[in-house]
Write a new protein. Sequence first.
Length: 314
Amino acid sequence: MHIVSLLPSATEVLFALGLGEQVAGVSHECDYPPAARQKKVVIHSRIPAGISPGEIDCAVREFVARGESLYAVDADALQALAPDLIITQDLCHVCAASPDDLKAALGKLGRAPRVLSLNPQSFADVWRDILSVGKETGVYGRAQSLVSELESRILAVEARIGHAAKRPTAVFLEWLDPFYVGGHWVPEMMERAGGADLLGKARTPSFRVTAEQIVSAAPEVLFVASCGYSAEQSRNEYLGMPLPPGWETIPAVRDGRVFALEASGYFSRPGPRLVEGLETLARLFHPEVWAEKADPSPVLGIESRPLPARVALA
């Protein structure tokens, strides 16, 4: 079977199910596992590279206002791959290609492939999508085993923090210019990790908030995880932004509980590594029940500002 995956989370699922050899094409953002980078790229972003978060936000708004897609499908490459199955999504047209982006390219194919469109908004939906991929590719049993393993890890986290004295309040920032808070599965991640999301709404797209709303919410923990960014990129964006009035009064800022997270691998992609992201949140919410430190790969600590900022591994 020749499979083309147009979203990074589906690519991760395919490899996790042992189907890496059957993946023929991917999107420009499919970078995990490392073997995915060796596959043919069949879709590219129209957003210019190297621009600031504010400029990215403006560019996206302009594309949406004109009714234009943010992505370009390489129809010739797709035709050469002759896929049996294409996996895309209809959840966020800013994050990845949608079925509409495929229409013109599919018209050039001599044989129409099956198209599986994913639309997860919660952990249950992510598990359902893994099972759907398994069913479409003939490895349903493997998919069931993977889902069972992932859910067991979450249950283990919940059991470990079950006796914690309190649930720290938190805000999860998915973008900094302007501010957006995480939605869809992120509030559920925070809850199941033992925290209380003050602004995000489960099963709802991320949405814009003001600095005043964040300050007024007074979170005890603040997460910075710009969509598509590494922890280091999120850290640098945070340390470089002007401080809004009253920011220093936020308990998380005052107490040094601001953390940069790797959004790409562990929070913004609805794939298997969401569980690792949840485990990391639990360690940061409840360090008292973990003797070991959080894995430094997805997390960096950002100490209080506006004093000269120091960044240390969490």
